[in-house]
Design a protein. Sequence first.
Length: 215
Amino acid sequence: MRDAYHDELDGLSRSMVEMTNLCGSAMSRATTALLDADLVLAESVIAADEEVDRLYREVEASAFDLLARQQPVASDLRTLVTSLRMVADLERMGDLALHVAKVARRRYPSSAVPPELRSTILQMGHAAEEIVAKAGSCIAGRDLTLAAELERDDDVMDELHRKLFSVILDDAWTGGVEAAIDITLAGRYSERFADHAVSVARRVVYLVTGERVVA
């Protein structure tokens, strides 16, 4: 019975790693759709969010079931409670990728990204992919080194986010209000995507050490 119980606990981690893979793919494709005004790609991201939501519901239901049946204590209880919080972060990351895709869909057939910001948006997309991939590895291996790296990676994303605003708020900006709103939203979604990945990493640190990471 205990082996089956711990297999179920491990299954929660496997499902969350799968969610990080789905979220990374979604953000990658949403960024491409945003840059290239690719409506088909944007729609695929929006439709695929249901799989992230399905996994979220499964992990949540499994965790509550284990809490009720096994009445865990100590590290097992910490694992279940922390998993419930991590899976909520991951579900939100899926939503944020979906929101980027919706910006792309709203501006089709035009690209929502002015030429002068294409490089920055592309870099933000790449940063988001790298961050969520590390979050998945962090969950799978309970890797505290990767958790620390994620904090530094998030600093890169924050700097790119500030760069967007410096361009939009500059007197030389000629992109107009509509483009400024699109870029503000897309940039915020990417920046928050990274923040949730960092939150996941901090929860892994708590899971392993029992100590909370203070932002």
